[in-house]
Design a protein around this ligand. Structure first.
Ligand code: 4NP
Length: 145
């Protein structure tokens, strides 16, 4: 889960699918944005390029908005930053919904509330940094499944 669903969370979707595949496990992985600015858009070209260099293809993904139904459809909901986290929590209907939501970097460093920096307004190197962070988190998530 991120803001636009064109940079960080589609990258997280592709990276996590790859890590789950490499771990020999199965899970349904999807991503969404807390805003509808980019609904229907493909991931940012810089996100597509960064991941294609790692052998991961996210060019077919399309942005969508987070909905309350996602609480029913998924067991874990990972936010990229604190603003996304609060936005999702504010839509929770009950404690069970809330308990599904976590900051994604908390799987690497619990309790630190570390955000995945928004790379949208920066250069391509920001996307590489996002990749490194998310791959570390995805490895842990796949291990724990
Ligand atoms: P994302 O990045 O939340 O990682 O997809 C952004 C994409 C677009 C915008 C902001 C962040 N925007 O303001 O359009």
């Amino acid at each position: 889960m991120c803001l636009g669903n064109i940079c960080r969370s589609p990258m997280a979707e592709g990276i996590l699918r790859n890590r789950i595949f490499l771990a020999g496990k199965k899970a349904i992985v999807d991503s969404a944005g807390t805003s509808d600015y980019h609904n229907g858009d493909k991931p940012d070209l810089r996100a597509i390029k960064t991941l294609s260099q790692k052998g991961i293809d996210i060019s077919g993904l399309a942005a969508r908005n987070f909905t309350v139904r996602d609480f029913d459809d998924f067991d874990f909901i990972y936010a990229m930053d604190f603003s996304n986290y609060m936005n999702i929590i504010s839509k929770a209907r009950n404690e069970e919904d809330k308990s599904k939501v976590a900051m994604i970097m908390d799987v690497v460093s619990p309790g630190n509330n570390r955000s995945v920096p928004d790379p949208f307004y920066g250069g391509i190197e920001g996307f590489e940094e996002v990749y490194e962070m998310l791959d570390e988190a995805a490895k842990k998530i796949a291990e724990k499944l």
